[in-house]
Design a protein around this ligand. Structure first.
Ligand SMILES: C[S@@+](CC[C@H](N)C(=O)[O-])C[C@H]1O[C@@H](n2cnc3c(N)ncnc32)[C@H](O)[C@@H]1O
Length: 198
């Protein structure tokens, strides 16, 4: 089984596994802090079942848009089933080969997904391609690195080795890919890299 098959296989159980009710206020507050503007075009990279989608749509105005991408077709199907909002476009795609034009995104929010990318540098290069100059990338988790890594190690199998790097290490790779780092956080409640496309 590969990662794609794994995530496809857990898509129908995903919302039950996530402590959604507890996470929602934290995510809403976090999104406010990210400062998403009402007219932005936001890429929800690794959207899964769309846990963040409704919250993103709430902070966007009528001219805002979301492109929600995941490589697991069943994840996208579940997410698609949750909204008829015409501001969202869903895509089944690999994070390092996005069906998205050059320089078209104001912002990418990669929520709870980064450790699963086997080639993070390739994802950063792709982000650099799709973001507008000055666009922002957020690699965001609502727990710290140690907790995330322990969860994945505990699950084992194909995701057992999917580990978040120290945030400074990720910042260095982002810098080498043409981003300038805006902020770094790694505490027990949050892991967040915000980087601006140069
Ligand atoms: C841990 S889940 C998080 C999903 C969602 N963001 C959430 O918080 O509920 C990681 C998601 O990333 C997707 N994913 C993993 N590797 C990917 C890749 N290389 N390209 C696109 N999506 C990927 C998985 O299919 C899965 O839906």
């Amino acid at each position: 089984m590969d990662r794609r098959e794994y995530f496809d296989g857990v898509a129908d159980k995903w919302d039950g596994w996530n402590a959604r009710a507890e996470m929602e206020p934290v995510m809403r507050q976090g999104l406010r802090e990210l400062g998403v503007g009402p007219e932005e075009h936001v890429l929800d990279l690794g959207c899964g079942t769309g846990i963040m989608l409704g919250m993103l749509l709430d902070v966007l105005g009528p001219r805002g848009r979301v492109t929600a991408v995941d490589f697991a077709p069943r994840m996208v199907e579940v997410a698609r089933g949750k909204t008829l909002d015409t501001r969202v476009e869903f895509r089944v795609a690999e994070a390092c080969a996005l069906p998205v034009g050059d320089g078209t995104m104001d912002r990418c929010v990669c929520f709870s997904t980064w450790p699963h990318f086997p080639d993070p540098r390739a994802v950063l290069v792709e982000q650099h391609r799709v973001l507008k100059p000055g666009g922002l990338l957020h690699v965001w988790h609502v727990s710290g690195r140690e907790k995330i890594n322990a969860i994945h190690a505990g699950v084992g199998g194909v995701i057992g080795q999917d580990l978040l790097p120290p945030v400074r290490q990720l910042a260095d790779v982002a810098g080498a890919c043409g981003f300038s780092v805006v902020s770094l956080v790694d505490n027990p409640d949050r892991y967040l890299l915000t980087a601006r496309r140069g």
